[in-house]
Every structure is written in C-alpha cells, then in structure tokens.
Design a protein around this ligand. Structure first.
Ligand code: C2O
Ligand code: CU
Ligand code: CU
Length: 516
C-alpha cells in the first residue's frame, strides 16, 4: 500500500479529518462533520428509563448520537433544540470558547426552547466532547446518555495515522460510561445520599452507548481515543489477553498528542479525562479492555447536604425518583469504585501481519511542562463538610460569585491540595488547558505508576483540562490563560473550574473563573 492509500484507509475509519482542504467527509456510520450540523436536537429517547440522545440534523438527514469530526479552523454554526422536560446546555469540554459559546451553566436553554451557537474550532487535534451543564441537572442528563464525542484532526494527527499505517476500522473514538443494569434493563437515575457523596456508580459499562460492546479490527496498529464519560467512576484502563496484560502506548491526553509516546500497561482515566492509545494485538485473536482493580481512596464518611437547587424543584426528573432522596437500588447494582469492570472488546479479523511499523519517536512539537518564571501562585484546598457539602477553599459555590479573577494572557501556578479525609476529585477547567508540574502526597500504588519527574503520571505529561487529585495529594498546575491571537471574542468571560465527578459538580463543587 502506498502512502496515499494509507491516508485514505485512515480517513475511511475516522470518517473525516484527513480530507483535502475544501471537502468534508463523514461517511463512516455515525460520523458527522461538525461543520455540517445545522441543528443539534437534545431529546428524550425513552421515558421509562429516562434515556436521552443527541440528534444531529444535517438539513434533511438525521444522525442520532453522532460522533462529530472536524479539522482545526472549521466552524460550528447550529441551532440547539432543547426537547427535554428540563433546562439544558451543550458544553464543549476542552475547547477554547467564549462564555456565550462554552455552554456552561450560566444561561441554560429552557425546555422547548432553542439557541444558536456559532464558533470556530481553535484547538489542537485530540478527543474533545460535549455534554449538558445545567446547574443541578448535569449528572442526571449525562447519565441518561448525553455525552457526545468530537474528534479534532490536524497535520500532526494525520501524520501519526500515516506512520501507524492504520487499516480501515482500526481507529476508534469511544466514550465509556457505567450504568446500573437489572434484569437486562438500565435503571433510571435515582441517587441516594451515598451516591450523592461518592458519585453514582453502575454495575456495567457502556461503550458508545452499548453494553458488551465489541469492535472488529484488522491486524496491525489500533488507535483508540477513549473518554471516561462515567458520572463518578475512576478507570484504571488496561487490555487483557486472558490473565496477561497487553502493553500499549500512550499517544495523547485531553489536549492532544504528547511530545513522545509512553509505553504502559495500565493508565488512570478519571471522569472527563481522555487518552489516545496505540495497541498492536500481534497474533492475538481478541483483546478485552477492562478497568483493573485499584484502591480509589474514598475516605470521606457522612452524607452531603441534599442538592437543593431551586431549579430542581421546578422540573420533573427525566424518569424515576428525586435526586439524593432516591432509593439508589440494591448494593448488588453497584460495582464499587476501583473494582475490576469489563469495558469493551476488540476482535481481530484477518491474517496477522508480520509486524507493525515503529512508532514515531516524536509525535508533536509539544515541549515538556515548565512554569513561567513570572507566574503567580494561587493556592486552593478541596474539602468536604457535612453541613456545606463539597468545598473549594471552604466556600460553597454561588452561581453569581466572582470567584477567581485574572487577566487574559496570565500564566499562573495553581497549587491545589486535597484534604486527607476526602476522596478522589477530577478537577476540570473550562476554556483553557494546563500542564501538571508536580504531584506530592500521592498514595503508594498510584505513585508507583509515576513515569515523569515530580511524581507525575504518564497522563500528566501532555496538555490537560482535567486532573485527578487523590486524598492528601497536592498538585501544581501551570495554567496558561493565553488565547490565540485570532480569537474572535473579547471582553470579560466567565468560565468554570469544578470537580467532574458529576454528583460533586451538581453538589456545587465549583468556582467561577473570570478572565478579564
Ligand atoms: Cu465536562 Cu464543566 O465540564
Ligand atoms: Cu468542560
Ligand atoms: Cu469530586
């Protein structure tokens, strides 16, 4: 196969991204070019379990639960139609956007109404995603199936596919979520107090909305871009061939490709985080993706105050009972956080290849993290308290708070400390990316997986928008509030910094970030 045919093969499997300038392709099933979406409908698919879906309207053709694909520089210009019985928003997690485009909870779309959103895609290649963010309803709506993938491509991404000589179908974008399944049916969202404390945990994994999902791949490299779309579950992702773990390479994280691939056997992936992986099945007929057993360090006891959002009382749940007073369900319906959980499977079809091409030693021009010498340090502490709930800096969130205020272009070091009597928190910043500079106080089993300087995990080596802190840990982040010169928006913009355990997010573990 010549270089051109490799390119075409990669294109066929991803469905877009590598098309020559001026054309857009999204021919693979479920793939939709971001720029072709005229309307994004948010609707309930089944009122009994309250499952919901996104439907992309391309002006004639409708695609349910689309995977959006785009190249940097393309424009999204669509009307978002809220057909849910609750307010919603569409937040584009990881993208560089203004407050009005970001879809955070500040201006939800009321039920039955719509809103036009237009933006230019300014980000590097990588796996991004979109999901609802209305205050008090985020956990319920994401759990209902509202988590869409957005695969962004650029020259670096395209060069990598060529180097891997990907066969058609060997590049996949996957969203993993967990649900409670009893008697073959997904239970509606009805968290009890314990679920509101630790987060809603299911007993089965969905991959792109399917239970027991499997994909057929050809021999050779397989490139997987994987999102943890679970409400609360941390994953320790690995690939099993029977009892043996099959090594793989970490190519990228939240904000795109790493400078160089990292050889691993397991990788932590918390709610909201993404990994980009290359794995070669070799002669194996199948690989099982699993979350391995680990100690998730849930040390907090007690009950959080119930989610008393004025909004929650005005609208009915999507199905089932009220939030935080729900019956939750039998303990057997939850697999504890950190327990082993099967995720999906790959079946290898075809004659095993004689080998795979070597991975490129450099994936991108990304430099290793360094704090700007002029960066100011902002310290914050994560806590939980039975009276006020989840706290950042001992202060409960107020939607109209000022929060942190800083100048566009500022570079700061965020020193974040998680309390020892706590649980893991996956902290996420909207609109900007950061570098993980250092970890301290990491518990032994996680620290043993550190591969970078400063106790950093392999996933800490790239550009991040979400980072996990286990109890007793302190992380130092280098946050860069520089916006690209051509950014088509000015003026003060509000963003959110919050825990991506969605029960914690709805529990108001959040701070506003105002960029002037
Ligand atoms: Cu993915 Cu503020 O969220
Ligand atoms: Cu986000
Ligand atoms: Cu949290």
């Amino acid at each position: 196969m010549n270089r051109r045919r490799f390119l075409a093969a990669g294109l066929a499997s991803l469905g877009a991204g590598c098309a020559p300038a001026g054309t857009r392709t999204a021919s693979a099933p479920g793939r939709v070019a971001l720029a072709d979406v005229r309307r994004l409908v948010v609707e309930r698919a089944d009122p009994i379990a309250g499952r919901c879906r996104y439907v992309a309207d391309l002006g004639g053709q409708q695609v349910a639960q689309p995977i959006l694909v785009a190249r940097r520089g393309e424009v999204f210009d669509a009307v978002i139609d809220n057909r849910l019985p609750q307010p919603t928003t569409v937040h584009f997690h990881g993208l560089t956007l203004s407050e009005a485009q970001d879809g955070a909870g500040f201006a939800p779309i009321p039920p039955g109404e719509s809103k036009r959103v237009r933006f230019e895609l300014l980000n590097r290649s990588g796996l991004y995603w979109f999901h609802p963010h209305p205050m008090g309803f985020t956990a319920e709506q994401v759990h209902a199936g509202l988590a869409g993938l957005l695969v962004v491509s650029d020259e670096e991404d395209q060069a990598l596919d060529v180097a891997l000589a990907l066969a058609p179908g060997n590049r996949l974008a996957l969203a993993i979520a967990d649900v409670r399944v009893t008697a073959g049916a997904i239970r509606a969202y009805a968290p009890d107090a314990d679920d509101c404390l630790h987060g809603w945990l299911g007993n089965r994994a969905l991959a792109n909305g399917r239970l027991d999902a499997r994909w057929e791949v050809a021999p050779g490299w397989v490139r997987l871009q994987i999102l943890n779309a679970c409400n609360a579950r941390g994953l320790l992702l690995a690939f099993r061939d029977g009892e043996a773990l099959v090594p793989f390479h970490l190519l990228g994280t939240d904000g795109g490709l790493l400078a160089a691939p990292q050889a691993l056997e397991r990788v932590f992936l918390y709610s909201g985080e993404r990994v980009d992986i290359a794995i070669a099945p070799g002669g194996r007929p199948a690989l099982d993706a699993v979350s391995l057993e680990f100690d998730p360090r849930h040390h907090a006891l007690g009950a959080p105050p119930s989610h008393r959002h004025p909004q929650r009382e005005r609208y009915a749940p999507l199905a089932g009972e009220s939030v935080c007073a729900g019956t939750g369900g039998a303990a057997a319906d939850r697999v504890p956080d950190g327990a082993e959980l099967p995720l999906f499977a790959l079946r290898v079809q075809g004659k095993p290849a004689s080998g795979v091409p070597p991975l490129p030693p450099r994936l991108s021009a990304l430099a290793d993290a360094a704090a700007a010498p002029d960066a100011t340090t902002r310290r914050m502490r994560l806590d939980f308290d039975e009276r006020s709930g989840f706290l950042i800096d001992a202060t409960p969130y107020q939607p109209d708070e000022t929060g942190f205020e800083l100048q566009r272009g500022a570079r700061e070091v965020w020193e974040i400390k998680n309390s020892p009597i706590s649980m893991p928190h996956a902290m996420h910043l909207h609109g900007f990316r950061f570098r993980v500079l250092r970890r301290q106080g990491t518990y032994g089993a996680a620290r043993a997986l550190a591969t970078g300087s400063g106790g950093r995990l392999a996933t800490d080596l790239g550009l991040k928008d979400t980072v996990v802190l286990w109890p007793n840990e302190t992380v130092w982040l280098g946050v860069d509030f520089t916006l690209p010169a051509q950014t088509p928006f000015g003026g003060a913009q509000r963003y959110m910094f919050h825990c991506h355990n969605l029960e914690h997010e709805d529990g108001m573990m959040m701070r506003n970030v105002r960029v002037l």
